[in-house]
Design a binder for this molecule. Structure first.
Ligand code: UDX
Ligand code: UDX
Length: 437
């Protein structure tokens, strides 16, 4: 049972705090956002993450988890302090580290004894050294401390199981003893633990995310070639995936990646390369392929419907992926704006993301269910592959629409079945141009 502090109760910090508490540690989670902390004290979650509410409730009740906005209280008697504040992209794609700096400084000013400071947030290579320097300069007392990089590999929507069943735990530090102590915190997870230096640990995170993003942009490029030649990219990906060197995962062609990680991390890695005078050609292409897909949606709908002025388009899904309410860099934002710019009326339905999305997309009319939204639509676009869209009564949906046009941005439907149901159906890379299966 260790005394742990977590700074930042966002998607990363709150899951980290609740999971470490569930492993039997005493955790105090801090955030500068008082509303978030007040809400959490009343059992209100600031984010949607399956299973999180129950996990937090159980650990607060067992007095293993508490919340505060006071750094002094949060750090009292702490042996470990995780920094899990946001690291958004700056104007040139570089990571904005102002919040990491603020957290490091506040830790330095409020630490009450020897401390191991752990960067959980994704931070550029070299940030660990920079955090150590900030703490050194702002310490009130010369307590011994070490900085450790322990990057997060959580996927939104499965963050708790990703924490509890990680493929690996990466721990980086120049202080071997501190690294070993952080490794021990993770022993109950019974996962492989990689112990390395600070910069290598920071790079493992970026390289992992950039490679996953590359796989997705690769299969999206293959999808374009499949489209042109009448092959079905879903079956191509399945055929590829049997090769253990390729694997079946992250080969779903569609509208590409969004979220708070891939866009930010690929941009930041490319920026770091350019900072050293390198040209990250692959990363630049990975981003170009990814973002072009959002424009493709407007182009394909113009091919299917002609002039979009006055046409009514319904978006099935808004969140950047299923099982989350996160709208950060969601493809739906560029798609909706592109359609509005082309003169279309845009509607949307999403199981959980609509409250947050409405502020981002004020011109988009939100509907309480897909059928009401479909009423009178000239086209529907599957933007997020929520499971409930796979169970829709397609016959009913088609009858409600003014035109039976459906663009399946996440390839959740079978082209043959859709043609049989009377839809004018297009997927991504499903060999549609040949009207084939
Ligand atoms: C984000 C990125 O998604 C992730 O890739 C990166 O590793 C860490 O930053 P996330 O949890 O999604 O993680 O960030 P967010 O949901 O924005 O939460 C950040 C939290 O930190 C917010 O609650 C914010 O109020 C808090 N914060 C911010 C502080 O507590 N102190 C600060 O100085 C600034
Ligand atoms: C990702 C990484 O998976 C995780 O390890 C890291 O810690 C944070 O970033 P996340 O962004 O939450 O997690 O979601 P993920 O499931 O990886 O999907 C990222 C994006 O790729 C989503 O927009 C998703 O729609 C898209 N995607 C994913 C595809 O387009 N095709 C795929 O095959 C898989």
């Amino acid at each position: 049972m260790k005394r742990i502090t977590v700074i930042g109760v966002g998607y990363v910090g709150l899951v980290t705090a609740a999971c470490f508490a569930d492993l039997g540690n005493r955790v105090v989670a801090l955030d500068v956002n008082e509303a978030r902390i007040e809400g959490l004290k009343q059992g209100i979650m600031p984010i949607y993450e399956p299973g999180l509410e129950e996990l937090v409730r159980r650990n607060v009740k067992a007095e293993r988890l508490s919340f505060t906005t006071s750094y002094a209280e949060a750090l009292q008697g702490a042996e470990f302090a995780f920094i899990a504040v946001g690291t958004p992209s700056g104007v040139n794609g570089e990571a904005d580290l102002q919040y990491v700096a603020a957290a490091a400084r506040a830790i330095a000013e409020n630490m009450s004894g020897p401390l191991i400071i752990i960067n959980k947030s994704t931070v550029p290579i070299g940030t660990g050294d920079w955090v150590a320097d900030i703490v050194q300069r702002h310490q009130k007392h010369p307590y011994p401390f070490s900085v450790v990089s322990c990057p997060e590999f959580l996927r939104e929507g499965t963050a708790i199981s990703d924490f509890m069943n990680p493929y690996r735990v990466v721990v980086g530090s120049l202080d071997r003893e501190a690294a070993e102590k952080v490794a021990q915190l993770h022993l109950p997870l019974r996962a492989p633990i990689v112990i390395t230096d600070l910069r290598t640990a920071e790079m493992i995170k970026y390289a992992s995310n950039a490679f996953l993003a590359t796989k997705i942009s690769f299969i999206n490029e293959i999808a374009d070639i499949c489209e042109a030649y009448g092959a079905d990219v879903k079956e191509v990906a399945a055929g590829m995936g049997y090769d253990k060197r390729i694997g079946p995962y992250f080969l779903d062609a569609g509208l590409g990646w969004g979220g708070s990680c891939f866009p930010k991390d690929v941009k930041a890695l490319a920026y770091m390369a350019q900072e050293k005078g390198l040209t990250p050609r692959i990363l630049q292409s990975v981003m170009e392929v990814n973002y072009r897909r959002r424009k493709d949606v407007v182009r394909v709908l113009q091919e299917m419907l002609g002039d979009l002025r006055g046409k009514v388009i319904g978006l099935l899904g808004l969140a950047f992926k299923p099982n989350t309410d996160d709208m950060r860099e969601a493809p739906s934002i560029d798609i909706a704006e592109g359609l509005l710019a082309a003169g279309a009326e845009v509607r949307a339905y999403d199981p959980v993301a609509m409250p947050g999305a409405q502020a981002l997309l004020p011109a988009v009319k939100m509907y309480p269910d897909p059928y009401q939204m479909a009423q009178g639509c000239d086209a529907l676009v599957v933007v997020t592959e929520w499971n409930e869209f796979k169970q829709l009564d397609l016959e009913r949906l088609r009858q409600l629409m003014r035109l039976p046009v459906l663009l399946d941005g996440r390839n959740i439907y079978q082209p043959q079945l859709m043609h049989q149901l009377g839809f004018i159906y297009r997927g991504i890379g499903r060999g549609n141009t040949h009207g084939g299966s």
